[in-house]
Design a binder for this molecule. Structure first.
Ligand code: SF4
Ligand code: FES
Length: 194
């Protein structure tokens, strides 16, 4: 695999071909916030919180760093007024769904996001898909999935599979940035252990 040199936040970074910008940044100790990324899972690019700016010939464009592959001589910026504004907006929208999420609150503090900016529509799940994808891709069990579509989308454990697989696993629990997963599990517990 060939080595690729690029610049992130003014720092020369050596990356391997095939790495994403997020992986390259993290390998150089540069942090980028993520909500739907997990190193054991296929790149997903759902939450958009990890956006960064690419600079080229005086202009900039935004890309999603957890799916964008490294390229030779890229000039990348992980923080700017524009990036922070977009991250703030994403967090404010998500906080309307999951106002008590510690993960979101901490990020909101960092980016100055106002958790009360948008009307609350508490659904708790922010659709990061980490639980669903982890169960499918890593555990190969498919015990949890999404039901419904669009903003009605919710996660749900499949009771027959959950009753067999989940009690001794629960590896998805710490991945959830909100309380939604645990709540859905408690509900399933009620259904499978009447
Ligand atoms: S339940 Fe949690 S981990 Fe699963 S999709 Fe929703 S927010 Fe993400
Ligand atoms: S972490 Fe990149 S889009 Fe969610």
């Amino acid at each position: 695999m060939s080595e690729i040199l690029l610049q992130i936040d003014g720092k020369e970074v050596k990356a391997q071909e095939g790495m994403t910008l997020l992986e390259a940044a993290r390998s150089a100790g540069i942090s980028i916030p993520t909500l739907c990324h997990h190193e054991k899972l296929e790149p997903f690019g759902g939450c958009r919180l990890c956006i960064v700016e690419l600079e080229s010939r005086g202009s900039t464009r935004l890309v999603v760093s957890c799916v964008y592959p490294v390229e030779k001589n890229l000039v990348v910026r992980t923080r700017s007024e524009k990036i922070d504004r977009i991250r703030r907006m994403i967090l404010e929208l998500l906080l309307a769904h999951a106002p008590d999420s510690f993960v979101l609150e901490e990020l909101a503090r960092e980016y100055g996001a106002d958790k009360n900016r948008f009307e609350k529509e508490s659904s708790f799940c922010i659709h990061c898909g980490l639980c669903v994808r982890y169960c499918a891709e890593v555990k190969k069990k498919h015990a949890v999935g999404f039901v419904d579509r669009g903003i009605q989308k919710e996660i749900s454990f499949i009771p027959e599979i959950a009753a067999r697989e989940c009690w001794n696993c629960k590896e998805c629990f710490p991945l959830c940035p909100t309380e939604a997963l645990q709540a859905a599990f408690v509900l399933t517990q009620g259904l499978t252990n009447p």
